[in-house]
Design a protein around this ligand. Structure first.
Ligand SMILES: Nc1ncnc2c1ncn2[C@@H]1O[C@H](COP(=O)(O)OP(=O)(O)OP(=O)(O)O)[C@@H](O)[C@H]1O
Length: 647
C-alpha cells in the first residue's frame, strides 16, 4: 500500500470536517495546588524501567548500550536513522553545574522525598554527569528519540531529540504513574542536524517555570523537575549565552511527528508496532480506549465526556455501517485528549506559539516550551511567536491547528483504521493492502477520521464551556451562556483592550451586592481597567463603563440563579480557586531571566516558581512588593510581548 496514495486519493483529509471552522471573533463557537503530601522515597529507591527501549527498535548503528558507550561522541553526530525509534546515547559531561531550582510539585509527583534534591546523586543526574548504567552492572542506558514533523504546514523530514536525552522511566509507587525522565540541553545526538545540542539559560528558565505553572492550573503538560546552569557552556545564539539543562518528565514524549516520519518512510510495520506500544504501554491497554459517542442534539455533555470503554482489543464495532477497530479507538483517544488540552489553553489564554506536529503530544500534553505566552489583553489574533507572520499559531487558530495535526495522525494510522475487521488478517498484516481492498479501506478511514473530527469539536466545546463556566462562577450550564455570557464578555475585553486573566480574578472578588444598581455596576467596571484606563477606538469612559456594566448585570443574574443571594462568599471562594492571581507572563519571565542571568539573583527564581505552583493564592508572603507588581497591571509597554524561536 502506498501511503502517499491515501492522501492523494482523498484531498479532504487535508481539510477540516465540513462543519468545523476555525474560531472567529464574532462567533465564539469557533474559539493552590493540592500537593498530596507523601513521604516520598530516594532517587535510588525510585522504581525504574526502560519499557520504551526494550519494546521498540533501536538505531541499528549501535545495537547495544556498550557499543554506543565505547564510541567516541563525535561518531554519534547527526545522520539519518531508519527503521528505528531511538538511538542509545549518553549526555555530555558538564563542568561545574549549578542547580538553580527544583520544583517541589514535580518532586512530589515523581514520588521523591523532600531533601533528595540536595544529594550529590540527584545533582549529578540532572546535570547529565551521571547515568543509571555502568559497564559492570548494566542498568538503563539513555536514549534519544527519532521523530519527524510538519512545521508551519510543510514537511520538515527527520527531526528527533536533537538536544534531549532520556535517562529512564520511573514509576511513582504511590500513584503508579510512570514517567520518562529526560534532560534537555544535554548535548548532541544523531538528531541534532546542524545545531549544537545545547539549550540556553533564557529558554530553559521559561520552560522550567511555565510547564510547572500549567500543571498547577490543571492543564495537561510535560513537566520540569529541575533547572541546572552550565556556566562554562557558552552557547551561541543571537549572542553568546550561558547554557542550561532542564530535567523534565512526561508520561510519554511521543509526538504526532513520531508517526509522521514512519508514514513518510512507508514503514507500515513500525507504525503498527508503535500504535500497539502506545495503546498497551502508554495508555492502559486496548480495553481502556473509547468507543464512538453519538453527537446528536440530544446528547448531554456528560455523555460526550464519558464514552463507553472496556471493549476488548480484538472487537470491531459497527456504527452506522462503519466498522471501527481498535486502532480507530486509539485515534479517538488521542484526539479527545488533545481536544481537552487545547480547550484549556483557550480558557486560560495560553498559546504554545509553535504547534507543529513534532510539538503535538500523543498523550495530549502541552509540549515544547518555545515562544509560548499567556495572553495579556484579550486579542484572538495574537501570537507570541515573532516568526509566525501568517498567524498560523495565533490564539484563535489553536483548536483548528491541533485538528490539522490530528488529521496528519489519521493519515499515518489510515491503513490500520481503514482495515476494519481485516486488520489482523495474515495477508493484510504481511502483504499490505490489495488493489481491490484499497477503495473500501480509504473510504472507511476517511469516515472514521471525519467522525473523530466531529467528536474532537464536541469534546473541545464541551471542555471549553465547562472551564469558562467555572471561571465565571457558574455551577450549571445554560444553552444561552455561550452567546450571552462568554461571547459578549470576550468581545468587550477585545473592544476595550482589557486583560484576559485579570478580568476573571477581579470578577471573582466583586461582591454581588455591589452590582445591584446600575450605578454600582458602572462604578465596579473600572476594576477591570488598566492603570491608564482602557484602550480601543471609539469609547469614552462613560460608554466603556456602560458596556461593562451591562454585561455585569447579565452575569449577576446568572450567578444568582446558581448560587442564590446568600452564598456570595462561597461563590467568590470557588471562583478564586479556578482563576489564578498569578500567571508567569512574558514580561515577568524576562525580568526573572535578566536577574538570574545578569545580576546573579537566584532567589527570584524560587519565588516565581512558588507563585506558579500556587497560582490561586491571594498572597505568598515571600516578597510583598514583588508579588503585588507581578499580580498587578501589566506595564503598558510590556504587554503582548513576542519572542523568537531561537533557544
Ligand atoms: N540547539 C539544538 N541542538 C540540536 N537540536 C536542536 C536544537 N534546537 C532545536 N533542535 C531540534 O530541532 C527540532 C525542533 O526544535 P524545537 O525547538 O521545536 O524542539 P526542542 O525545544 O528542542 O525540543 P522539545 O520539542 O522536545 O521541547 C527538534 O528536533 C529539536 O531537537
Amino acid at each position: 500500500m502506498n501511503f502517499r496514495l491515501l492522501a492523494a486519493c482523498s484531498r479532504n483529509w487535508y481539510m477540516f470536517p465540513r462543519s468545523f471552522r476555525p474560531p472567529s471573533v464574532r462567533n465564539r463557537l469557533n474559539q493552590m495546588v493540592s500537593h498530596l503530601s507523601t513521604a516520598g522515597i530516594s532517587l535510588a529507591e525510585l522504581p525504574k524501567s526502560n519499557i520504551f527501549t526494550s519494546k521498540l527498535p533501536h538505531d541499528p548503528a549501535f545495537d547495544t548500550p556498550e557499543l554506543s558507550h565505547k564510541a567516541p561522541r563525535e561518531t554519534l553526530g547527526p545522520r539519518m536513522v531508519n527503521g528505528a525509534l531511538f538511538t542509545y546515547i549518553r549526555p555530555e559531561q558538564t563542568a561545574e553545574p549549578e542547580l538553580l531550582g527544583v520544583s517541589s510539585k514535580a518532586m512530589n509527583d515523581l514520588g521523591l522525598k523532600p531533601g533528595e534534591e540536595q544529594t550529590s546523586q540527584f545533582k549529578a543526574l540532572v546535570s547529565g554527569n551521571e547515568i543509571w548504567w555502568n559497564e559492570e552492572q548494566g542498568g538503563i542506558y539513555p536514549w534519544a528519540q527519532c521523530y519527524g514533523g510538519w512545521q508551519f504546514g510543510s514537511w520538515a523530514g527527520q527531526l528527533g531529540d536533537g538536544r534531549a536525552i532520556s535517562l529512564f522511566e520511573c514509576t511513582n509507587p504511590q500513584t503508579n504513574t510512570r514517567y520518562e525522565l529526560q534532560l534537555k540541553g544535554a548535548g548532541k545526538t544523531p538528531y541534532s542536524r546542524f545545531a549544537d545540542g545545547k539549550a540556553v539559560l533564557r529558554s530553559s528558565i521559561r520552560e522550567y517555570v511555565v510547564s510547572e505553572a500549567l500543571s498547577a492550573l490543571g492543564i495537561p503538560t510535560t513537566r520540569a523537575l529541575s533547572l541546572t546552569l552550565i556556566p562554562n557552556a557558552k552557547v551561541l545564539r543571537e549572542r553568546l549565552e550561558p547554557g542550561a539543562i532542564v530535567a523534565r518528565f512526561a508520561e510519554t514524549w511521543l509526538r504526532i511527528g513520531t508517526f509522521d516520519l514512519l508514514r513518510v518512510r512507508g514503514d507500515r510495520e513500525l507504525i503498527r508496532k508503535l500504535a500497539t506500544y502506545v495503546a498497551e504501554d502508554v495508555f492502559s491497554g486496548w480495553e481502556s480506549l473509547p468507543a464512538i459517542v453519538s453527537l446528536g442534539d440530544q446528547q448531554s455533555s456528560t455523555q460526550i465526556d464519558n464514552p463507553r470503554r472496556g471493549i476488548p482489543g480484538d472487537q470491531v464495532q459497527e456504527h452506522q455501517d462503519v466498522q471501527e477497530n481498535r486502532f480507530a479507538r486509539l485515534y479517538r483517544e488521542i484526539a479527545r485528549r488533545n481536544a481537552k488540552t487545547v480547550a484549556a489553553w483557550q480558557a486560560y489564554g495560553f498559546m504554545n506559539g509553535v504547534l507543529n506536529t513534532d510539538n503535538t503530544s500523543i498523550y495530549g500534553l502541552s509540549l515544547d516550551y518555545g515562544p509560548f505566552a499567556f495572553m495579556d489583553n484579550f486579542d484572538p489574533h495574537y501570537t507570541p511567536n515573532h516568526d509566525d507572520h501568517m498567524l498560523r499559531y495565533a490564539y484563535r487558530n489553536q483548536p483548528s491547528i491541533i485538528w490539522w495535526n490530528l488529521v496528519r495522525l489519521g493519515e499515518s494510522l489510515g491503513e490500520l483504521i481503514g482495515a476494519g475487521n481485516q486488520v489482523d488478517e495474515e495477508s493484510f498484516v504481511n502483504n499490505g493492502v490489495t488493489k481491490e481492498f484499497e477503495p473500501e479501506l480509504i473510504k472507511r478511514a476517511e469516515k472514521v477520521i471525519e467522525r473523530v473530527g466531529e467528536e474532537f469539536k464536541a469534546v473541545f466545546l464541551n471542555e471549553y464551556k465547562r472551564l469558562m463556566g467555572q471561571r465565571l462562577g457558574l455551577k450549571t450550564q445554560a444553552e444561552s451562556d455561550f452567546q450571552i455570557l462568554f461571547s459578549d464578555m470576550l468581545d468587550t475585553l477585545e473592544a476595550l483592550e482589557l486583560d484576559f486573566n485579570h478580568f476573571f480574578r477581579r470578577l471573582s472578588g466583586l461582591p454581588l451586592s455591589n452590582l445591584e444598581t446600575e450605578e454600582g455596576r458602572r462604578e465596579a467596571a473600572s476594576v477591570f481597567f488598566h492603570a491608564e484606563g482602557f484602550g480601543g477606538i471609539g469609547y469614552t469612559e462613560a460608554t466603556a463603563r456602560d458596556r461593562i456594566a451591562k454585561w455585569l448585570d447579565i452575569w449577576r443574574l446568572r450567578v444568582l440563579e446558581d448560587w442564590g443571594p446568600a452564598n456570595d462568599e462561597e461563590r467568590q471562594k470557588a471562583m478564586k480557586s479556578v482563576n489564578p492571581n498569578f500567571v508567569p507572563r512574558g514580561w515577568i519571565l524576562d525580568e526573572v531571566i535578566e536577574r538570574v542571568e545578569r545580576k546573579g539573583d537566584r532567589d527570584i527564581l524560587g519565588r516565581v516558581m512558588h507563585m506558579s505552583l500556587n497560582p490561586f493564592n491571594d498572597e505568598w508572603g515571600l516578597h510583598n512588593e514583588e508579588e503585588e507588581r507581578f499580580c498587578g497591571d501589566v506595564p503598558k509597554y510590556k504587554r503582548a510581548m513576542m519572542c523568537s524561536c531561537s533557544s
